[in-house]
Design a binder for this molecule. Structure first.
Ligand SMILES: [Zn+2]
Length: 286
């Protein structure tokens, strides 16, 4: 079995604040450790059910150099480096293809606009106000699942906040296993379980995802084709800049969209446009 792990940081055990999310932050070192531990817990859970499984982990947060390679499970390989369009055209799902049997989303967060959502945003907190797939308002768990779905890869596990479990139920296929590692209090506070506890919950969740996969209970997220992705930016200048990217068109004051045969092609175009929408390369792309 081959498993793709799409990893972010805002939904990792214990993470609630920007100080934990960026390399210059005072609590970044411990957050990196927790991120690596949450990923390892998912790997161990899969291995309990599928001892021969191998893993590709995409470090999908900000500078994308967060996971501690020394501490990562040896059964995994790690995609390291920022998501410039040339580097990682599919952003957090770069590396996924039809050789994978299952995708797990570890450490994810709620979509931009989630009221009171812990560290909520979509792709780029500075640029993206709303993101729709075929008219449905979605966040990164659905964007990433649809991208993997274009390669036939089903989504099996989502870890993050209690509120992310609601977004999962609303926007992902049925039977995805959800593991809440913390309970949202507000945009920068949560009630957190300890790493020792969440490690067990995540491992159990990943093992359950493998059992559901084998029972035929999981499915890939495949939006009906052609797939239209649309973004509303915070300022209309951002949408204008985004239009410098190919294959996107304006569809309102601060909006642009693309229509493509599948979600992976659409997501690639939209990510390229969002990178162009920044006035200058954002810090996390440097
Ligand atoms: Zn992130």
């Amino acid at each position: 079995m081959r498993v793709f792990i799409c990893a972010d940081m805002e939904g990792i055990t214990g993470v609630v604040h920007r100080e934990q999310l960026m390399p210059e932050g005072k609590q970044y070192a411990e957050a990196r450790r927790w991120m690596t531990a949450d990923i390892n817990a998912a790997i161990e859970g899969v291995l309990a059910e599928a001892p021969d499984a191998t893993f590709l982990v995409n470090d999908g947060h900000a500078v994308m150099r967060n996971v501690l390679l020394d501490d990562l499970h040896d059964r995994a390989e790690l995609i390291v480096g920022p998501a410039t369009w040339e580097n990682k055209p599919l952003c957090q799902t770069t590396g996924v293809d039809d050789s994978f049997d299952l995708m797990l989303c570890v450490g994810h967060h709620t979509r931009s606009g989630t009221p009171g959502g812990l560290l909520a945003h979509t792709w780029s907190g500075a640029v993206v106000q709303n993101f729709w797939i075929n008219g449905e308002l979605v966040g990164e768990i659905a964007i990433n699942s649809a991208t993997a779905g274009a390669f036939g890869v089903p989504i099996g596990l989502v870890t993050g906040t209690d509120r992310l479990m609601e977004e999962m139920a609303a926007t992902l296929p049925p039977n995805v296993v959800g593991v809440a590692v913390k309970k949202t209090l507000g945009t920068t506070a949560a009630i957190c379980k300890t790493p020792r506890v969440t490690r067990g919950l995540i491992a159990d969740g990943a093992a359950e995802a493998v059992r559901r996969l084998r029972a035929g209970e999981l499915s890939a997220l495949v939006p009906s084709s052609p797939v239209t992705m649309e973004i509303e930016t915070y300022r209309r200048e951002m949408a204008h800049q985004a239009l410098r990217a190919p294959h996107v068109e304006a569809c309102g004051e601060a909006r642009f969209r693309t229509t493509a045969p599948d979600a992976a092609i659409a997501a690639e175009r939209m990510w390229r446009a969002v990178v162009r929408a920044h006035d200058q390369a954002a810090g996390f792309l440097q």
